[in-house]
Design a protein around this ligand. Structure first.
Ligand code: NAD
Length: 301
């Protein structure tokens, strides 16, 4: 079924995601504060809207791909004394799908506000980065009601390959930050071990051979090893580029700590990972792939 989709936030991720919806035959009405982003979407076949409210006019589905929770809140629920937000102007029953990575608390608050206004809402953050957005191979983690998920699934399938219904509202964001917290902690542990191996005179290729088949085995070893040359397809083998930027890892680790504080979970390893990635980013490496943190750990004084 061809649908008319309002797409708000046409940046690095949203741009190619909107392009894939267009390729699948859907109509896209796009809005972004950045005119160049709108122009790129129009070149891919989208209709430009002059505002988010204008994009939503006549659309049954609203997709958002914005930087942080405060942007999502402002666009959807409005600002005090200002713009009323899209929940107030969309036709009742509109399906809202927020694909941004934001805090769990805001995701839950947005779902409640959507329902109060007579709409349906899913939190559907993604993993796979810009290459995944371009190739329509993203993984979606989706929180919300089962019947709403069933309605959105064919649309998400135009942009991604793995689509998991994680449970009620907010659980998509929870899955995203828990997974990325694991990846961040794992990467630091693997980086420490490979650095120690090298200092002990152990060939890192031999440690790779052992660890990839023994109890040290994990994604940060087998698919994404931070030592260059051991996994040819890993960002470390192309100068720590083209993967997942350390600044984005830091953002997700911060969201995990924020959620842990409100949920009263003990996450000391996550806290340490956040501190180490904050240090790495403060040293000017925010745009370096997150496996590049091995260079900070391996540095000799
Ligand atoms: P981006 O900065 O390239 O794009 C965000 C877009 O939102 C920008 O074009 C900006 O102009 C627009 N925007 C901001 N406020 C707006 C408003 N009020 N109305 C309309 N447009 C507005 O960021 P991105 O890399 O596309 O990331 C988007 C989200 O996806 C983030 O939450 C990020 O954490 C998440 N994410 C990114 C990646 C990645 O590799 N880039 C991977 C997974 C998840």
């Amino acid at each position: 079924m061809t649908r008319t989709i309002a797409f708000i936030g046409l940046g690095n991720m949203g741009g190619p995601m909107a392009a894939n919806l267009l390729k699948a035959g859907h109509r896209v009405r796009g809005f972004d504060l950045d005119a160049a982003a709108v122009d790129r979407a129009v070149a891919a076949g989208a209709v430009a809207a002059g505002s988010a409210a204008e994009a939503v006019d006549g659309a049954g589905v609203v997709l958002t791909m914005l930087p942080m929770g405060r942007h999502v809140r402002a666009v959807l629920a409005g600002e005090e004394g200002g713009d009323p937000g899209l929940f107030a102007v969309a036709a009742p029953g509109t399906l809202f799908v927020d694909c941004s990575t934001i805090d769990v608390e805001t995701a839950r608050a947005m779902a409640e506000a959507a329902h109060a206004a007579g709409h349906r809402m899913l939190d559907a953050p993604v993993s796979g980065g810009v290459p995944g957005a371009e190739a329509a191979t993203l993984a979606f983690m989706v929180g919300g009601a089962a019947e709403t998920f069933a309605e959105a699934e064919p649309l998400l399938a135009c942009m991604g390959r793995t689509i998991v219904h994680t449970g009620p509202a907010g659980t998509g964001q929870a899955a995203k930050i828990c997974n990325n917290m694991m990846a961040g902690i794992q990467m630091l542990g693997v980086s420490e071990a490979f650095t120690l191996a090298e200092r002990l005179g152990l060939d890192t290729a031999r440690l790779f051979e052992v660890a990839s088949q023994a109890s040290g085995q994990c994604w940060s070893v087998t698919a994404y090893c931070p030592v260059p040359g051991l996994v040819p397809t890993a960002p470390s083998s192309r100068g720590y580029t083209g993967g997942f930027a350390s600044a984005l890892m830091l953002k997700d680790l911060k969201l995990a700590q924020q959620a842990a504080a409100t949920g009263e979970a003990a996450t000391p390893m996550g806290a340490l990972a956040e501190a180490l990635y904050a240090l790495f980013c403060a040293q000017g490496h925010g745009d370096v792939d997150f496996s590049g943190v091995i260079r900070m750990l391996a540095a000799r004084g």
